[in-house]
Design a protein around this ligand. Structure first.
Ligand code: NAP
Length: 438
């Protein structure tokens, strides 16, 4: 360890890595002052230069593993992404006795238990503030500021690309594919946007939040996951008419029978603060017993916002390590040996209200039949919109909001409705979050 300070080695000089270099270039003096000790970015591992940042006189290695093996480096920052090379890199850094800071949610969600245990055994830090909600300090809030609370739930808009797409669809009535193409052109969505669109990215982040909030191991396969690609502009319009916005939410709630972990498009009352978080912004609402409900909002991605979180971790570590040899803050909020699994509640057992949209033949008795089938599954209709048929059509569009029922009840009723000859196409189902239990 460097005497009187910490030396940082950075692996990956892409969007976030270049942001970290830029922050050290502009705020190096401020960081040292606030840290109260020397904290220097001295070695960068990058396969190629990045014209978006000036590395100055810092040592640059084309092999990122040279950074990990550099005896002068105390803290390794992993910003390459993915779960293969990144995992080897972080494991090797810990084996070499280096502290690690990462922004890699996929790595934490999939291998975080092992990495946290490795770091803990060695008295090393593993910090990952930037892995969830980019620039929003939600990890620090859960692990430190709210450490004296029992947390009952977390509801978040935790994928900026998804929120941008839904916001644009809502404000301009554009199609999903059209807005996705623009998000890619603007650099919000990855070249391969699969994880943003299918909910995997949000699920990774939810897994991390659930572990910190509820003291459970990181369980990549825990959340029920649906993407935004199942939302059509017509659903956004009907939701608005009913007083709701459609948001892609990650929801983690502690229930008497286990953990409710879900990521899916959700109807949210338009009056809720989280419904007004638009564009690439993220928001995380935390329901806790002492503090009550808080909402953190801000940029969930981008070079400088994400680098701000990485640098916050580095500064924090610099402060701690200049006074003590180890990180005193447990990596997952509590020692890894104290983490306890809780059963994950099956989607069929989770209760909420539902939005249903269907197109049916415009003839007497059809609505009565649908109402009966819903009633047979114990489901009541709270609101109903029926659009008169267009001049050249013999079908009507029907939208219903149900009362609060289980996923299993809806599944059974939808299967019955799907068998009706009067139905054209399928039944669109979306969950409604009323926040009443919060
Ligand atoms: N971008 C965001 O807004 C954001 C927000 C929150 C968290 N994150 C997380 O931050 C991490 C970095 O994301 P990013 O957006 O900065 O990615 P990026 O722009 O694609 O940059 C990745 C960097 O890592 C290098 N790299 C990748 N694989 C490598 C390998 N096998 N060996 C050596 N170098 C390798 C790349 O080099 P080449 O250029 O040579 O390929 C590039 O310099 C990811 O874990 C991501 O999930 C990103």
């Amino acid at each position: 360890m460097a005497v009187g300070g910490q030396r940082i080695g950075l692996c990956g000089l892409g969007t976030v890595g270049s942001g970290v270099v830029n922050i050290f270039n502009t705020h190096g003096g401020l960081i040292r002052q606030r840290c109260g000790a020397h904290l220097e970015l001295t070695h960068i591992g990058a396969r190629r230069d990045n014209p978006g940042c000036d590395v100055g006189s810092r040592r640059v290695s084309r092999d990122i593993f040279d950074v990990v093996r550099d005896p002068d480096i105390d803290i390794v920052v992993e910003l390459i992404g993915g779960t293969t090379v990144a995992r080897t890199l972080v494991e090797e850094a810990l084996e070499q006795g280096k502290h690690v800071v990462t922004a890699n949610k996929a790595l934490m969600a999939e291998h975080g238990n092992k990495l946290a245990a490795m770091a803990e055994e060695r008295g090393l830090a593993l910090r990952f503030e930037a892995a969830v909600a980019g620039g929003i300090p939600v990890i620090k809030t859960l692990r430190e500021a709210l450490a004296a609370n029992s947390i009952s739930g977390i509801v978040g808009i935790i994928n900026g690309t998804g929120n941008f797409i839904l916001t644009e669809m809502a404000s301009a009535g554009r199609s999903f594919a059209d807005v996705l193409a623009e998000a890619q052109a603007l650099g919000y969505a990855e070249a391969d946007p699969t994880f943003d669109v299918d909910g995997t990215d949000a699920a990774h982040k939810l897994v991390i939040l659930a572990s910190l909030a509820f003291g459970v191991p990181l369980d990549r396969d825990g959340p029920f996951t649906e993407g935004i690609d199942r939302v059509a502009p017509v659903d956004i319009d009907f939701a608005r008419e009913l007083g709701y916005c459609i948001k892609h939410l990650g929801i983690a709630r502690r229930q008497s029978d286990g953990l409710d972990l879900r990521v899916h498009p959700t109807l949210v009352p338009a009056t809720k603060q989280i419904a007004r978080v638009d564009g690439v912004l993220n928001a995380v609402m935390i329901e806790a017993d002492a503090v009550g409900e808080i909402v953190l909002t801000g940029p969930g991605a981008g070079s400088l916002p994400t680098a701000s979180a990485v640098c916050g971790d580095l500064l924090d570590l610099g402060r701690v390590l200049s006074r003590a040899p180890a990180d005193p803050i447990p990596i997952l909020g509590i020692p890894t040996s104290d983490l306890r699994s809780l059963p994950v509640v099956l989607p069929g057992d989770v209760t909420c209200a539902w939005y249903l949209r269907l197109v049916v033949a415009d003839r007497p008795g059809v609505m009565a039949e649908i109402t009966r089938l819903l009633g047979d599954s114990g489901i009541s209709i709270e609101s109903l919109i029926q659009r008169p048929p267009k001049a050249d059509s013999s079908h009507v569009t029907v939208v219903m909001l149900t009362d609060t029922v289980t996923g299993r009840q809806i599944e059974s009723a939808v299967a019955d409705i799907a068998a009706l000859s009067a139905l054209q196409g399928g039944v669109t189902t979306l969950r409604v979050e009323s926040f009443e239990e919060a």
